[in-house]
Ligand binder design. Structure first.
Ligand code: BES
Ligand code: ZN
Ligand code: MN
Length: 489
């Protein structure tokens, strides 16, 4: 498991700077004013800091950016990293500043002289989130990571503000690890075992095996997993930190550990990317982890459908008709539209079993989502505009791109089937919307519901502001904030 770096907060100790090894970093606002610690760095480095701050190079720096003065004279440190950041920066700039420092440090120890900056805890979150590397399958011995120490004017207050953020970083790292993990390692069995291990942090975890799913009538979900040697499972994680008996928020995730398309086989090129097709379940798991670690005063239940979509003589065929747990029949036109089948049954089960106050489901559901919004925004679909607006607000506040698309009866009609209650695909036009319409058929009227299609944002091929290339953990921060703003207290 990849764990976020531990960040220590201490009072500023000017006399410790000269002998500090590794890297020393400073936050300096646009006006270039130096605080006491910065003045000491300047003195030790024989004026190098003032020369830099008065230079064109500093004037051109954007807020949140960092530049390095390497091997300063008069100091044991290998580098001084100067970050341009106002004393009262935006949350976004503060996180970016932290991320910039993480990139520069590599494995080196870091001492950040943060002075009286008002968003030191946000700088720390950016540092932690960008300090991720998926090295689980690199045989070279991992080099020891240097410590991160932050010296600031209110270390105790800052540490208290940073504590829930450390929980968030753990949640994000958990999501990224799950999403990056290849399918021969992260089988449905292995996934369930990793979730069961979260009982240690106070989550109540229940694993529904195939016989139980069969009894419940989750035939749509089971029909997806039929072709695989790995057994299908539904895992339920419960966090009851809120009022006793208060209806929970339900989070539902698509956990297709690998998607070949099944009998409707995908082309070979890029098929390896489908190791991330459990990204929705990964986000649900990461949010549950963060909520438990920060002991959130809210009731949240996370449900993930874990299956593998493989072709075999036991696999579902195009043309098969399968009955859902709800009772509606589905004509499977394309076995590659499997995520909606998994979610339909888990959504229905979540409503029957937990009577949730609201539902958010997440899935790497459609390639069409990437065509529509690329890798910048997840698609948001909802039956409740005020709930959707709340989520969009949470996502914007956390810098996670999200954009709402419509649902309507005209799109729903595209799912009508000649021989069953519905087809599992609606054709090429509006492919992401018809997938959303399919899901909505399994959501009871009156239950506020949001579907997040994260196909474009769960894992990306170039680095983002707070993550290296690969799994991003998109959604963990936004959903944690949604819980804080709408489901706590
Ligand atoms: N898991 C895929 C969607 C996907 C594609 C996620 C690319 C991430 C990146 C999903 O199961 C799928 O195959 N959807 C089909 C649906 C089609 C058959 C209607 C698709 O998008 O092609
Ligand atoms: Zn899929
Ligand atoms: Mn598919």
């Amino acid at each position: 498991m990849t764990t976020p770096p531990i960040i220590e907060f201490q009072p500023t100790e000017i006399d410790a700077i000269a002998a500090t090894e590794g890297r020393v970093a400073l936050l300096i606002g646009a006006e270039g004013k130096l605080d006491q610690a910065a003045r000491r760095v300047n003195k030790l480095s024989r004026g190098a800091l003032v020369r830099f701050v008065e230079s064109e190079a500093f004037a051109k720096m954007k807020s949140g950016q960092a530049k390095t003065l390497a091997f300063p004279a008069g100091m044991a440190a290998e580098a001084i990293d100067v970050v341009r950041l106002e004393r009262r920066p935006s949350q976004d700039d503060a996180r970016k500043a932290g991320a910039a420092l993480s990139k520069l440090r590599g494995d080196a120890a870091l001492l950040l002289l943060a002075g009286s900056n008002s968003k030191v805890h946000e700088v720390a979150l950016g540092l932690a989130l960008r300090d991720y590397n998926f090295n689980a399958h690199k045989t070279a011995e991992a080099s020891a990571r240097g410590t991160i120490t932050v010296m600031c004017s209110k270390p105790e207050e800052t540490a208290a503000a940073a504590a829930p953020m450390a929980a968030l970083a753990e949640g994000v790292f958990f999501t990224r690890d799950l999403t990056n993990e290849p399918a021969n390692i992260l089988t449905t069995e292995d996934f369930a075992a990793r979730l069961a291990a979260m009982q240690e942090i106070g989550l109540d975890v229940e694993i529904l095996e195939e016989d139980a799913l069969e009894k419940l009538g989750m035939r749509l979900l089971l029909s997806v997993g039929h072709g695989s040697a790995s057994p299908s499972k539904v895992v339920v994680m419960r966090w009851n930190g809120g009022e006793k008996d208060a209806a929970p928020l339900a989070l539902v995730g698509k956990g297709v550990v690998f998607d070949t398309g099944g009998i409707s086989l995908k082309p070979a090129g890029g098929m390896e990317d489908m190791t991330m097709d459990m990204g929705g379940a990964g986000v649900v798991s990461g949010v549950m982890r963060a909520l438990a670690l920060r002991k959130a005063p809210a009731n949240v239940v996370g449900l993930v459908g874990l299956v593998e979509n493989m072709p075999s003589d036991r696999a579902t065929r195009p043309g098969d008709v399968v009955t859902s747990m709800k009772g509606d029949t589905v004509e499977i036109i394309n076995t590659d539209a499997e995520g909606r089948l998994v979610l339909a049954d888990v959504l229905w089960y979540a409503q029957q079993e937990y009577k949730p106050a609201a539902i958010v489901n997440l899935a790497t559901l459609t390639g069409a989502m990437i065509i529509a919004l690329g890798h910048e925004n997840a698609g948001v679909f909802s039956n409740d505009d005020s709930f959707a607006a709340d989520f969009l607000k949470s996502a914007a506040a956390e810098g996670e791109g999200a954009w709402q698309l419509p649902l309507s009866p005209a799109y729903d009609k595209l799912l009508d089937s000649r021989i069953a209650d519905m087809k599992n695909i609606g054709g090429r036009p509006a492919g992401s919307i018809t997938a959303g319409q399919f899901l909505q058929r399994f959501v009871q009227d009156g239950t506020p519901w949001i579907h997040l299609d994260i196909a474009g944002v769960a894992s990306v091929k170039s680095e983002t502001a707070l993550a290296p290339k690969g799994a991003t953990g998109w959604g963990v921060l936004a959903l944690d904030r949604l819980v804080r703003d709408r489901f706590e207290g």
